[in-house]
Ligand binder design. Structure first.
Ligand code: IMP
Length: 417
């Protein structure tokens, strides 16, 4: 009866959607517990590619999804996801926590405005209203789904919003409230107690997949603040954001790419530019699933991953995109930052000045469709020796097992070691 958490170990976009859908085969429930419509979980099915923003991608396998109160709820995006998902896989049961905080047009407008005010120091947010929704939630000025549905008098709250923000962005309180009320009515039938639902599944022997959004380095506390998102992205957030205790989580699967990417501003110690970065970006279609922005590219970073493995109590690593990194003559692995030990540097300034020390390794031949087919049948031993050497070096450096290896975009393009 395991609870399995899937978390990103880097700056998001590690391939958690595909990993969750893979691990959820045979599971009974998929849970989202953090983030909001800033996430873009892409899964490649035989006949289409789905990019989900609010629903967990693991629901492709479970057909049953829950959205915990830790998620910043964008109802319109969720309804779009449900339509997309049901067209692809048929009926999906969705339960949404009444305690989830709503993202309204006010928070979306403020996100853009605050970014504009920051000028050159902007975070590069996805402009999905995440920061301002968090600002309202933790300032105890948030609007929850249950408050709207229960007909609570939210007039006073909106008056405070008006006083705070009326002069900052155009804001029509009546319009916003009418829109939110209309949307909330559309999901009334989905509202339910997510915490009990998870417990019921676990108690009856089901497997529950807790699908994290974003990555460890974007965590509001542990990430590269202020270039982070406004929620918790580490494994412990699965408990807090869905309403279960830590004992409901049995296995932590950390997902990392075979290289590193980052979208948006902020420090990135192993970032590279030039032809190799361009090849990886084009081959891996490294463009944001939510915003379409080109992703920044870098080598795999052991100090960063050691930090992330520790914060998440990672049991197993799922290393994705070993195929994207194939076909290069040489690859590099950052094994340390010159003169920097533990703890991981806390400030942006410190991270911007670190000098990565690289181990240069032999690359491995291109993994194309034919090679993928062969590897799926023959397994780990059939992987080119240079790729195995790279993976084993990562394992050795991190002291954590690389149990799964992603060799393509499809859910079953996986080697289990
Ligand atoms: P926000 O979450 O939209 O406020 O954006 C804050 C930072 O997190 C920006 O650098 C975004 O690019 C980044 N970010 C948010 N969600 C994701 C994601 O799902 N993948 C990668 N980066 C993300």
């Amino acid at each position: 009866m395991p609870g399995i958490v899937v978390v990103g170990l880097q700056w998001g976009d590690e391939g958690k959607g595909k990993v969750s859908a893979y691990l959820a085969r045979g599971a009974s429930l998929a849970v989202r517990f953090n983030g909001g419509a800033n996430a873009g979980h892409t899964v490649t099915l035989p006949d289409r590619t789905l990019s989900l923003h609010m629903l967990p991608a693991a629901a492709i396998s479970t057909k049953s999804a829950a959205i915990g109160h830790g998620v910043y709820l964008d109802i319109e995006e969720m309804l779009r996801d449900i339509a997309k998902l049901e067209e692809a896989v048929g009926k999906v049961g969705v339960v949404v926590s009444p305690r989830a905080h709503l993202v309204t047009p006010l928070q979306v407008g403020l996100d853009a405005k605050i970014e504009e005010m920051r000028g050159g120091g902007s975070i590069g947010t996805t402009r999905r209203g995440i920061g301002p929704t968090a600002l309202h939630k933790y300032g105890r000025l948030g609007l929850r789904l249950c408050d709207v549905l229960d007909g609570a008098d939210v007039g006073d709250l909106v008056k405070v919003w008006m006083r705070l923000w009326g002069g900052v962005i155009p804001f029509n309180p009546e319009e916003v409230l009418a829109k939110v009320r209309g949307l909330a009515e559309q999901v009334r039938g989905m509202v339910g107690d997510v915490s009990s639902l998870i417990r019921t599944h676990l108690a009856s022997g089901g497997t529950v997949i807790f699908e994290g959004a974003q990555g460890t380095m974007l965590d509001i506390d542990h990430g590269t603040y202020p270039y982070v998102t406004s929620s918790h992205t580490t494994s412990a957030a699965a408990a807090i954001g869905s309403g279960v205790g830590l004992k409901s989580i049995n296995i932590v699967v950390g997902v990392a790419k075979a290289y590193t990417t980052r979208v948006g501003a902020g420090p990135f110690p192993t970032e590279i530019s030039g032809p190799v970065a361009d090849v990886i970006r084009e081959r891996g279609s490294e463009y944001g699933a939510t915003t379409g922005r080109p992703r920044r590219i870098g080598w795999l970073d052991m100090p960063q991953l050691r930090y992330a493995c520790m914060l998440n109590d990672t049991d197993q690593i799922f290393l994705t995109r070993v195929d994207t990194l194939s076909g290069l003559e040489r690859v590099k692995l950052c094994v340390k930052y010159e003169g920097v030990g533990e703890p991981y540097p806390e400030t942006v300034e410190a991270l911007r000045s670190v000098k990565p020390v690289y181990l240069e390794m032999e690359g491995w031949p291109r993994i194309d469709e034919a090679e993928r087919e062969r590897l799926r049948l023959e397994g780990y031993g059939a992987l080119h020796r240079a790729a195995r050497r790279y993976l084993e070096k990562v394992e050795e450096e991190l002291g954590t097992a690389v149990k799964y290896i992603g060799i393509g975009p499809g859910i079953m393009d996986v080697i289990v070691k």
